[in-house]
Design a binder for this molecule. Structure first.
Ligand SMILES: NC(=O)C1=CN([C@@H]2O[C@H](COP(=O)(O)OP(=O)(O)OC[C@H]3O[C@@H](n4cnc5c(N)ncnc54)[C@H](O)[C@@H]3O)[C@@H](O)[C@H]2O)C=CC1
Ligand SMILES: O=C(O)[C@@H]1CCC=N1
Length: 270
């Protein structure tokens, strides 16, 4: 299957890197990228062809992946409309609704999805939504691309992609933020950089694996760490006093609202 990425930035790189690690040939991937610097990087890092020209890259593709910013999507879609030849279009752009893309592109053969950057190491998670006109074979195609770089799930209601964006699309940034905070505390407590990195990352990995392998609720697992009058209790009481959980929940609601807002703002015809 020949794939053309339109936009060769952070997320396209994560997907391309993950697909190559899965054994997907770079010769089957094309990137349309306006930045010369980024095109050279893509070629050097992954061996894929990167060009600023849409027409040739699109003509060769069976699947197009729109990996430009939401703000760039309408302009690119309008350029694509006259040169599309039945390709499946997969959009990874936050917020932009399929009905708006269909109007710009002149096709309903669209799958909208939300991956995340751990795709680079094939540990991503992607939720997908297909327009009703997309045939099962094309849905299978989309799923096979995204499942090469992590787990996948389908949503029937497109609006759920705003929630997905807020949870798993943006989610790696929340985890990195928590890691940064724990590393800062580790340095302040006198641990060196290597020690802090090992302790913090192995704690994240270990806790995630434990939560994944357990049938029990994570609150119960948290309870097992928390001895009466012990250190964890003290830390959690401090977090409660700072309303850390409420802050995280509010932040995720804000991200979902921003995704809906992007759809409203950018879905209108310019
Ligand atoms: N970064 C992330 O974690 C995730 C991003 N997304 C979505 O992926 C999309 C891309 O995001 P990033 O990769 O982070 O952005 P980015 O800014 O790193 O990449 C966008 C790329 O598109 C290129 N570009 C701009 N105009 C173009 C045009 N007309 N033709 C071809 N290339 C063009 C830019 O030079 C840039 O390299 C966005 O729509 C975002 O919502 C989705 C999931 C996760
Ligand atoms: O921050 C953003 O808008 C994009 C979508 C999900 C992750 N990055």
């Amino acid at each position: 299957m020949k794939i053309t990425f339109i936009g060769g930035g952070n997320m396209a790189k994560a997907l391309i890197g993950g697909l190559i690690k899965r054994g997907y040939s770079p010769s089957k991937m094309h990137v349309v990228e306006v930045s010369k610097e980024k095109s050279a990087e893509l070629h050097n890092e992954f061996g894929v062809r990167a060009t600023p020209e849409l027409a040739v890259a699109v003509a060769h593709a069976e699947v197009l992946i729109l990996a430009i910013k939401p703000q760039q999507l309408q302009e690119v879609a309008l350029q694509l409309a006259p040169i599309l030849a039945g390709q499946l279009v997969i959009s990874i752009a936050a917020g932009i609704r399929t009905q708006d893309m269909a109007r710009w592109l002149g096709t309903h053969n669209i799958v909208r999805c939300m991956p995340n950057t751990p795709a680079l190491i094939r540990s991503g998670v992607t939720a997908l939504y297909a327009m009703p006109a997309v045939v099962p074979e094309q849905c299978h195609r989309a799923e096979s691309i995204l499942s090469a770089v992590g787990s996948t799930l389908w949503v029937d209601d497109e609006e759920m992609l705003d929630a997905v964006t807020a949870i798993s699309g943006s989610g790696p940034a929340y985890v990195f933020y928590f890691i940064e905070a724990m590393q800062q505390a580790a340095y302040e407590l006198g641990l060196d950089e290597a020690q802090a990195r090992q302790l913090v990352l192995d704690t994240f990995l270990g806790a995630s694996k434990l939560a994944e392998s357990s049938q029990e609720d994570v609150a119960l697992l948290r309870g097992r760490v928390t001895s009466k009058k012990g250190t964890t209790e003290k830390a959690l009481l401090s977090m409660e006093a700072s309303q850390v959980k409420q802050g995280i929940v509010a932040a995720i609601h804000a991200a979902a609202a921003r995704s809906r807002e992007l759809g409203d703002e950018l879905g209108k015809d310019a």
